[in-house]
Write a protein that binds this ligand. Structure first.
Ligand code: PLP
Length: 239
C-alpha cells in the first residue's frame, strides 16, 4: 500500500473515533513513526504531508534526520518536526536535544537534568511528555502514576523543560478494547494533576495510541497518536 492510501484509511478511522467520542479532528495530532522503515520511505511519508515524525533511537534516526534536516535542506517550514519516542539514555541527550522538538519518554530525574542542561546550553525550552507505566508491566518503561506529582515538583526548577503532557504505551492486546482502562487511567491522571498539582496546569496533552489501539486511545482523549505500521508500514531488514 502506498503511504497516501494508508493516510486515507487512517483518516477515516480517526474521523470515526472522533465522531463516536464527540471530539474534533483537530484535537488529535498524528506522529508518523518511521523507526521500521528506510530513509526513502521516510522521505515519502514526509512528502505525503506527514509533518511529525517519530523515532525511538538516535543511532537509527540520525541518517534520516540529517538527510531531511541537514545543511542545504529547505528552510524550517519545509522540515519535519521530530518526536523522540523511545527510552533515552542520559548520555544521548546531547545528540537528541535541539534536533527532536518533543521528548515523549521523560521518566526519571537524571534524564530531566541531562535534558535541561543541554537545552539551557542551546537556549531552548523542550516540551516533554512524562512517560507513565500505567499497566504496571515490568517490560514497560515509565514511572508509576503516583510518582508523577512529586516528579513535577522535582523538575519545577529545571526551567529548560516544559512538561506538556503524559505518555503511555498499553500492553499489546488481541482485542484493542482491552486497552481502554489503561488509556482512561492516563486521562484521569492528567485531569487529577491539572486540578491538584501546583505544577500540573501545564499538563495538557496525552500521547497514547499506536497502530493496534489508536481508535480506543482517541475515544479516551489522546491528543497525540503514534502510528508506525498502519501508516508508513514495516519493512523487513534489507540486505
Ligand atoms: C514503535 C512505536 C510506536 C509505533 O508502533 P506501531 O505499532 O507500529 O504503530 C509508537 N510508540 C512507540 C513508543 C513506539 O516505540
Amino acid at each position: 500500500m502506498s503511504i497516501e492510501q494508508n493516510i486515507r484509511l487512517v483518516e477515516i478511522k480517526i474521523a470515526a473515533a472522533c465522531e463516536r467520542s464527540g471530539r474534533r479532528r483537530e484535537e488529535v495530532n498524528v506522529i508518523a513513526v518511521t523507526k521500521y522503515v528506510s530513509l526513502e520511505r521516510t522521505k515519502e511519508a514526509f512528502g505525503s504531508g506527514l509533518a511529525h515524525l517519530g523515532e525511538n533511537r538516535w543511532q537509527d534516526a540520525q541518517e534520516k534526520w540529517f538527510a531531511l534536516n541537514g545543511e542545504g535542506q529547505p528552510d524550517e517550514a519545509g522540515k519535519p518536526v521530530w518526536h523522540f519516542i523511545g527510552s533515552l539514555q542520559t548520555n544521548k541527550a546531547k545528540d537528541v536535544i535541539g534536533r527532536f522538538t518533543y521528548i515523549h519518554s521523560l521518566d526519571r530525574l537524571s534524564l530531566a537534568e541531562a535534558i535541561h542542561k543541554r537545552a539551557a546550553q542551546l537556549g531552548i525550552v523542550v516540551p516533554c511528555f512524562i512517560q507513565v507505566n500505567v499497566s504496571g508491566e515490568e517490560s514497560k518503561h515509565g514511572m508509576s502514576p503516583e510518582n508523577v506529582m512529586p516528579f513535577l515538583e522535582q523538575i519545577n526548577g529545571l526551567t529548560s523543560i516544559k512538561p506538556i503532557g503524559l505518555m503511555t504505551m498499553a500492553p499489546y492486546e488481541a482485542e484493542p478494547e482491552d486497552t481502554r482502562t489503561v488509556f482512561r487511567a492516563l486521562r484521569e491522571l492528567r485531569d487529577c494533576l491539572r486540578s491538584e498539582s501546583p505544577q500540573g496546569s501545564q499538563i495538557e496533552h496525552l500521547s497514547m495510541g499506536m497502530s493496534n489501539d489508536f481508535e480506543v486511545a482517541i475515544e479516551e482523549g489522546a491528543t497525540w497518536i503514534r502510528l508506525g505500521t498502519i501508516l508508513v508500514g514495516k519493512e523487513e531488514e534489507e540486505q
